[in-house]
Design a protein around this ligand. Structure first.
Ligand SMILES: C[S@@+](CC[C@H](N)C(=O)[O-])C[C@H]1O[C@@H](n2cnc3c(N)ncnc32)[C@H](O)[C@@H]1O
Length: 330
């Protein structure tokens, strides 16, 4: 959980609103909340876990770290129905779905949430039936599966918030290792819903689609982050090298459009070998567009260039003689 906690501590040093009450909802050892107090200077935190072993351990860890905190033993669902916090962190084994309805039903306006999902294979398309049951959404197993999964998770939160006349606003969202993670605030609804369905074409092009049996979604199609907030963040002396790398990649891709292409998908479409990633990125920038690596995929490129431009730049930069001469795959 190093990277997850690294990013959390960085986020809290600049959280956009004053946090007077914070709940580490599924606290286990209390390590998350203790680190947030020690590193990010959060105020006294409430730690909740239903396990007596966990709550005893949390008390011991608070004592050893000389940190004060309110330790509660109970079902998080009941606690969320009874008490409102300025920020609630939900970090379960597996899906966060059982906790999201009580959280978003009772959330204070202006409050924040941090949600981890470790059911990544469900959200990323390996088990579409389970995704449909849990999130009432259709995923797709493909290179962009984790971004689709994150957008399904945000879309699920948005639909729950909408039932209360509210809307979520993502502050920072990412995929790392085996989990997806988002930080968001809950506010009054203003404007149209950013939920939509898409379909994926050959080469990894995503286009808007009407809801029918083969569509992906509903997905959150708004920004995954508050880009200016994200750009204001800096690693701390506690941040691991992996955490700092992730932050830097997120900052560069922050305000580029949804979805990315991969050189693998483009090469398969063009039936040839891909250019080096840096060569492709530079060539896209030479067309006057922005192009950045994405944290979602080692050979992914997020760009604001239209897909037609992406394809023609890719073709021009494919190593000569690398195609099999049969033309693009349909
Ligand atoms: C993945 S661990 C949490 C890890 C922790 N956030 C960390 O950073 O180390 C999940 C914890 O949730 C607790 N838990 C599961 N369901 C719960 C519920 N309904 N109410 C309260 N605690 C629950 C489990 O006892 C377990 O300790």
């Amino acid at each position: 959980m190093t990277v997850n906690r690294d990013i959390a501590a960085i986020v809290f040093t600049k959280w956009p609103r004053r946090l007077r009450s914070v709940l580490d909802g599924l606290a286990a050892t209390g390590a998350w909340g203790i680190r947030m107090q020690l590193e990010a200077g959060l105020p006294e935190i409430a730690f909740n876990d239903r396990s007596i072993l966990a709550t005893n351990l949390i008390r011991e860890n608070l004592r050893r770290n000389q940190v004060r905190g309110d330790v509660v033993r109970g079902n998080l669902i009941t606690l969320l129905e009874a008490t409102r916090y300025d920020f609630v962190d939900i970090d379960p084994f597996g899906p966060p779905t059982p906790f999201l309805a009580p959280l978003l039903e009772h959330a204070k306006k202006g409050s924040g949430l941090g949600v981890t999902a470790t059911d990544t294979s469900v959200l990323s398309g390996t088990y579409p039936a389970a995704c449909s049951r849990r999130y009432a959404a259709r995923p797709l197993r493909c290179a962009q599966g984790p971004e689709i999964g994150l957008r399904i998770l945000l879309g699920f939160c948005e639909r729950l918030a909408a039932k209360q006349g509210n809307a979520i606003r993502p502050i920072l969202s990412f995929a790392a290792e085996h989990f997806l993670r988002t930080y968001a605030t809950v506010d009054h609804r203003t404007g149209a819903s950013p939920l939509a369905f898409v379909k994926r074409r050959s080469g990894g092009e995503f286009v808007a689609a009407r809801p029918d049996e083969n569509m992906i979604g509903p997905l959150w199609m708004g920004p995954l982050h508050d880009a200016s907030f994200l750009r204001s963040l800096t690693p701390s002396t506690w941040t691991s090298a992996a955490g700092a790398r992730l932050l830097s990649t997120l900052q560069r891709e922050a305000d580029l459009p949804p979805f990315f292409v991969t050189t693998d998908d483009l090469a398969a479409r063009e039936r040839g070998s891909p250019p080096k990633l840096e060569v492709f990125l530079e060539a896209l920038r030479d067309t006057g567009h922005r192009a950045e690596r994405t944290h979602f995929h080692p050979r992914g490129v997020r760009t604001d260039a239209p897909f037609g431009t992406v394809l023609s730049v890719f073709r021009e930069r494919m190593p000569s003689g690398s195609t099999d001469g049969s033309g693009p795959a349909s």
